[in-house]
Every structure is written in structure tokens, then in C-alpha cells.
Design a protein around this ligand. Sequence first.
Ligand SMILES: C[S@@+](CC[C@H](N)C(=O)[O-])C[C@H]1O[C@@H](n2cnc3c(N)ncnc32)[C@H](O)[C@@H]1O
Length: 240
Amino acid sequence: MIGDEIKVQRHYDEMAEVYDRRYDYRRGRCYHAHISQHVMNGLVQGGYLLDIGCGTGLFVNRYTEKGGTAVGLDISSGMIEKAVERCPDSDFTVGDGDVLPFKDSTFDAVASLLAFSYLTEPGRMLSEAYRVLKPGGTISVCTLGKNLLTAGLPAIHHIGEAMKIQQVGMGDFGEHYYNEKEMRKLFSEAGFTGVQVKRCSFAHLNLVEPVFDIAKKIEPFVERRLPCFAYNICVKGKKE
Ligand SMILES: C[S@@+](CC[C@H](N)C(=O)[O-])C[C@H]1O[C@@H](n2cnc3c(N)ncnc32)[C@H](O)[C@@H]1O
């Protein structure tokens, strides 16, 4: 593991105990459910899923509730412990998304939510995802996109770290945000076909309550007509 990865691993080990509080209240639940739905729409349902950067198992739980089986992989053992508590019937493993400890053509579906921005070698993760997918399998990824709203985040994270603010995601981790063209290129180079890219989420969980409600109302319009103002970018593709 290289420096930034060790930093990310330590951060999420420290945050594991409090991570779920983000999604325990209405805005957090709503935000995560929205992203999860976008990711779910890109996947083979009821199959065998690998969730890369699975965190505390929120998406594994959702996928298996709909009849699938799943394995979650995460670089943080603290997050994996929480995932095991949430989903005792699923399998979890501590590992780096760049090197997947699975045989070729194992999974029907690969997902990754809010973790892709941390990868130091995203092309390698995508090639690995391609390798472990069965022919006909699908990948669906959602991560913070590159736009006006996220442009200032690295500076905020840098300041947050200097001020020792203890908050999920607050730190200088060398995160990368991508635009449509960059995502399309990464997925195509890994071998995926039928690559589709969409922006999602305007109602961010960090917005204050009344603003969140307004943002939620206009979210479908923003996603369709003003996608440059949506926080996340969702990509799906297929292994032929
Ligand atoms: C913001 S959390 C998202 C967790 C979960 N996917 C969710 O939606 O709640 C990011 C997760 O990515 C994991 N992560 C970051 N870099 C990783 C890597 N290189 N390999 C595997 N997991 C990684 C972190 O440990 C953390 O659990």
C-alpha cells in the first residue's frame, strides 16, 4: 500500500464507529438511498455481487435484501467489522480494490459507492473488476464527480486536516474526481462495453434541513437538465 492508501485505511478505521450516524437520520438515509438506487439500476439483480469499498455494508445489505448474494471488500478492517455485524450472512474481506483476491469470472455484478475517488490506480481496479466479472456481468459505480460544487473540496479537506476536524471524509487523501469523458475512457480502456454515464444527487446530506428539502424537490430536474450541478457521477458498463 502507498501513503495515501494507508492514510485512508487509518481514517476509516477511526471513523468506523461513527460512520453510520451519517445515514441514521432522514437526510443521510435519503441521500444514500438515492445513490444506491442509481447503482442498483446498473446491476444484474439477484446475482452474486462484489462491492468494492463496501464500508459498513449498507449496499451489500440492500442487494441481498432483493434476493442476491454478496461479498464486500474494504481496505479498512474497522469498516469491515461493522459490515459483518450488519450482514452476518454475507462474506467480507479486508483488501485493496486494486488487487482483487478472487478467481476470474466469479461475479455477476460489481458495485462501488463513494469509494472510487480514493483509488490511486482506478484503471487497475477496473481491470480487476473486469477480470472477476462473468461474461454478461455488469459494473455500476457512483463517486463524487468533478464540477463546480466539488472543486473546492480538496482545499476544504486540507484545511480540515490541518485543524484536526474529526469528520468522515475530512482529510488530505489525494482524492480524484472525474468528469464524464474521463470516466468513459477509464471504463472503456478496462474492456467494458455499453458504458453509460449519468450525474446524480443534488440534495446532499450536508445541506441544512429546509435547503435539503428544496434541493430534493428539484433534484430530478437538476439531474436531467443541469447535471453539472449534481454531486455524484454514476457509471455502468458490461463485460461482453
Ligand atoms: C465514503 S466510504 C463509502 C462506504 C460505502 N461504500 C458506503 O456507501 O457507505 C469509502 C470507503 O472506501 C474504502 N476504501 C477507500 N479506498 C479503498 C481501496 N483502495 N480499496 C478498498 N476500499 C477502499 C474506505 O475504507 C471506506 O470504507
